[in-house]
Design a protein around this ligand. Structure first.
Ligand code: CDP
Ligand code: CDP
Length: 206
């Protein structure tokens, strides 16, 4: 069976959490595409050329322990604006999306560029303040030395860069279902996503 779920949205909206949970629920594979850009950004911070780094990513690059830092997030968003970097990462994502057994991909351009024919497209979002608070709690809880103001600033700078770039900007696909999680628990957000997927699964031959 091929079944693709595309989940896009701004930083710290809950895309990853929702994606992991629905992938587990339906037995689909999950790809956090932000990790591709974070791994490329981390290699660039270490001196690599962005396009060469994107073309030669290894599983070790994807497993680095600094990928969640704010510095790497910013570097990721800068390399993500380069069309050649994005082009180098397209095939891997499309192959993943078409894998047997179903796939969930989360990022910025999954429903608009990578998987325009996805079976389900969701755009998960929340207010800046809510997203910054969630990311602050997550980073500080994991021992990162961050402030609320610093995290909010990082999110706003990245969201602006990601939305305003010419190459695959952050945007909801015209046929995406928007889930605003500002006032939703994780459980409620997962339930909303699960309902959309279940409704669609009824209509496709699996
Ligand atoms: O993947 P993305 O950057 O969009 O967000 P995430 O890493 O899934 O979520 C960011 C943080 O918000 C995590 O610590 C989640 O547990 C939390 N979260 C939440 O508190 N309520 C939600 N409805 C969704 C996520
Ligand atoms: O978890 P969070 O939403 O904070 O970030 P992420 O999903 O790990 O993405 C890091 C950066 O990679 C984003 O700010 C985007 O610039 C870029 N990205 C992208 O351009 N396209 C994607 N499909 C995924 C991430």
């Amino acid at each position: 069976m091929n079944f693709t779920v595309a989940i896009d949205g701004p930083a710290a909206a809950g895309k990853g959490t929702v994606s992991k949970r629905v992938a587990a629920e339906f037995g689909f594979a999950h790809l956090d595409t932000g990790l591709l850009y974070r791994a490329t950004g981390a290699r660039v911070l270490a001196g690599a050329d962005p396009v060469e780094a994107a073309k030669s990513l290894t599983p070790d690059d994807m497993a680095r322990d600094d990928l969640r830092t704010t510095a790497v997030a910013q570097a990721a968003s800068k390399v993500a604006a380069l069309p050649e970097v994005r082009a180098a990462l397209v095939q891997f994502q499309r192959d993943f999306a078409r894998r047997e057994g179903g796939a969930v991909l989360d990022g910025r351009d999954i429903g608009t560029v990578i998987c325009v024919d996805a079976d389900v497209k969701l755009f998960v979002t929340a207010s800046d303040r809510v997203r910054a608070e969630r990311r602050y709690l997550e980073l500080s809880g994991n021992g990162h030395d961050v402030t609320r103001e610093g995290v909010l600033h990082d999110l706003q700078v990245r969201d602006a860069r990601d939305s305003e770039r010419e190459a695959a900007p952050l945007a909801a696909a015209a046929d995406a279902v928007v889930i605003d999680t500002s006032d939703m628990s994780i459980e409620a957000a997962v339930a909303a996503a699960t309902d959309e997927i279940r409704a669609r699964l009824k209509h496709v031959s699996v």
